[in-house]
Design a protein around this ligand. Structure first.
Ligand SMILES: C[S@@+](CC[C@H](N)C(=O)[O-])C[C@H]1O[C@@H](n2cnc3c(N)ncnc32)[C@H](O)[C@@H]1O
Length: 276
């Protein structure tokens, strides 16, 4: 018997991994985070699977499901939104499984920050602009953020930031970011990336508050901020530069050198032949 923590991805039913979908297709019990994972995702489950929405269950009730599966010896899939490693509340479940002696495995998923970047067609890391992505959130009732990781402290790096659970806290987040980022710093909001009701906002730290209404962006919003999202100062990576060699292209250069060397030798041979 085994529990599989599976990343469901951001919402679209074809953004779960093949491995995750295959497990869903064979296990008899599925627990899924219904507040963030759309019910449409259950299309991958066995028709006769027992399905529980964990939004209505506390940890003890979820543990009771795992205990029953252990007793009756069948596998369980625990479906989390995005990637289970990020704000997934998986650690506490894993601790309980370990105490119960239940084996578990994690199947990664497409996190909502990658999905949001894809929706707005952004590269989060641009040469000489930002090579660092900070994934963070504001303090909530369920989990506090350590003081040293407050948004205004992280903002000092001026790196690209992906701010989870941000929708209802835009005013405070923007005020904290503006302590360090200039007002023309690009900002993107993506609500329910890859869901049918997906919507986006594109603006800057200086425009976002006047452009958005209070309460318009709910919890299922990803906020992306940073100079890398804009079109200014475009420096190209050297990775595909024709003069840049690396382990995969050095071979080509060496081959070119070998060919050149061979043709010099052939010419020399031909020269000798002519003399003869
Ligand atoms: C509890 S966290 C779970 C994050 C998830 N594990 C992940 O990797 O995306 C929930 C937050 O993730 C973000 N989120 C999850 N799905 C999203 C989506 N489809 N579009 C935009 N943001 C999303 C929102 O910021 C939401 O408040």
């Amino acid at each position: 018997m085994k529990v599989y923590f599976i990343g469901a991805g951001p919402g679209a039913t074809d953004l779960i991994t093949l491995r995750g979908a295959n497990i869903l297709g064979r296990v008899p019990m599925v627990l899924y985070a219904g507040s963030l994972v759309p019910a449409a995702m259950l299309v991958h489950c066995r028709a006769d699977a027992e399905i529980f929405d964990t939004a209505a269950l506390d940890l003890e009730q979820q543990e009771a499901c795992y205990r029953r599966a252990q007793l009756e010896d069948f596998d369980v899939a625990r479906l989390h939104s995005g990637d289970p490693a990020i704000y997934g509340a998986t650690a506490e479940q894993m601790r309980r499984l370990e105490l119960l002696g239940i084996e578990y495995e994690v199947v990664p998923g497409v996190s909502s920050f990658s999905a949001a970047a894809a929706v707005v067609k952004a590269e989060l890391t641009k040469p000489e602009v930002s090579q660092t992505v900070i994934l963070t959130r504001v303090s909530g009732r369920a989990s506090a953020v350590p003081e040293a990781e407050a948004i205004e402290k992280l903002a000092q790096h001026k790196a690209t930031m992906c701010i989870f659970l941000s929708g209802p806290h835009l005013k405070k987040i923007v005020a904290d970011l503006r302590l360090h980022y200039p007002d023309d710093t690009p900002v993107r909001l993506v609500y329910r990336a890859t869901w049918p009701e997906e919507k986006t906002y594109e603006g800057t730290l200086g425009t976002i508050i006047k452009d958005t209404k209070r309460g318009e962006w709910s919890l299922t919003t990803m906020m992306l901020v940073g100079a890398a999202l804009g079109n200014g100062a475009q420096v190209e990576s050297r990775l595909y530069d024709k003069d840049y060699s690396h382990i995969f292209r050095v071979v080509k250069k060496r081959k070119q050198k070998e060919v050149a060397q061979k043709s010099v030798e052939d010419n020399a041979q031909d020269g000798k032949k002519e003399l003869v």
